[in-house]
Design a protein around this ligand. Structure first.
Ligand SMILES: C[S@@+](CC[C@H](N)C(=O)[O-])C[C@H]1O[C@@H](n2cnc3c(N)ncnc32)[C@H](O)[C@@H]1O
Length: 315
């Protein structure tokens, strides 16, 4: 995902060649670390096409890179006015600047755009270049806590193209999946391993699940898109049978760096969750954490990212 364009196809041209050109130069300058030059070019582009949202997003990024946090917030807010559904990801940028609540920061439209665009190269990128191993870490963690190995009613949240589903299918008598990105869901469907897979928010799907109906809920590399997992824990707790498991991975903080509220937004615009906060949420929702292992789930620019593999059991 590190080389992934944040823009859905419809937002890749302003419709004006001169503005597009300045915008492209500005993006290149920003990438090279020339923030002042980028600001100048973004401002020129904004004079030509002030109503094209990506210019304001870029200007916000360039101002933030130059240390102008107030100017960055102002540009990001202009972007939000033009793209109210926030397909471009202003929310996590504002959250990173300490504005607004993390729980509201990532819109469904942003996540769906990101992954619709990313879907065609998702698996190859993850498995070949990022050494992604979320699903196998989750399966190993379930084995380590002695979770049942067959006949389970399982729901795979944020199923993507179905890598987690594939790893868990042999244990399931019924396997459901859901994902915000219709293109990812289509890929999961083609795998032919889900009994039901739908393009929908995990919150909606969990909310429709009958109470105490699931044996296992999985979420591999999904909490990075959930700003505040409190609502997630509440819905998972309601849908799980007593003794059922919730197994997930999460990007986290380096040891000793968890902030008081347990939530952070990284340079990559993904959320990090702290172990203390996750344990507290589990305890509060009748889903105590029974296993939490600090490890790495994938690499970014060659470096392993600090991650947690967590299993909770419904009490
Ligand atoms: C990094 S991918 C992981 C996919 C899959 N779990 C795997 O291990 O390969 C994260 C997925 O979560 C989905 N996602 C993020 N937030 C979601 C939400 N609120 N509801 C449903 N899907 C979501 C994204 O669309 C994306 O496909």
């Amino acid at each position: 995902m590190d080389d992934h364009s944040p823009f859905p196809a419809t937002l890749r041209s302003s419709g004006d060649l001169a503005a597009d050109r300045r915008y492209a130069w500005a993006m290149a300058a920003l990438k090279d670390g020339a923030a002042a030059e980028a600001i100048d070019l973004f401002e020129q582009a904004a004079e030509i096409v002030p109503g094209w949202a990506p210019i304001w997003l870029g200007l916000g990024d360039a101002r933030e890179a130059s240390g102008d946090r107030a100017g960055a917030v102002e540009a990001f807010r202009r972007c939000l006015v033009l793209d109210a559904a926030d397909r471009l990801g202003v929310g996590p940028r504002l959250a990173r600047l300490g504005q607004g609540s993390p729980g509201q920061a990532m819109t469904d439209a942003y996540v769906a755009s990101l992954f619709d665009d990313y879907a065609p190269r998702f698996e190859r990128h993850l498995t070949r270049h990022l050494d992604y191993r979320g699903p196998s870490l989750i399966v190993d963690a379930l084995d380590a806590v002695g979770a049942p190995g067959s006949g389970l009613r399982v729901l795979d949240l944020g199923c993507g193209t179905g890598l987690m589903g594939e790893a868990i299918r042999a244990r399931a008598s019924w396997l459901g999946g859901c994902d915000l990105s219709p293109v990812m869901v289509a890929a999961a469907d083609r795998r032919g391993i889900y009994d039901r897979v739908e393009a929908a928010s995990l919150f909606d799907v969990l909310g429709r699940e009958p109470a105490a109906s699931l044996d296992l809920v999985t979420a591999a590399d999904v909490l990075v898109y959930v700003g505040d997992p409190d609502g997630l824990f509440a819905k998972v707790a309601a849908a799980l049978k007593q003794g059922g498991h919730f197994a997930f991975t999460s990007q986290t903080f380096a040891p000793g760096e968890e902030p008081e509220d347990g939530i952070g937004v990284g340079a990559d615009l993904r959320f990090r969750h702290g172990e203390n906060r996750l344990r507290a949420l589990g305890a509060a929702h009748g889903l105590p954490v029974i296993r939490c292992v600090r490890t790495w789930e994938r690499r970014e620019r060659g470096e392993p990212l600090p991650s947690l593999v967590v299993v909770c059991r419904r009490s």
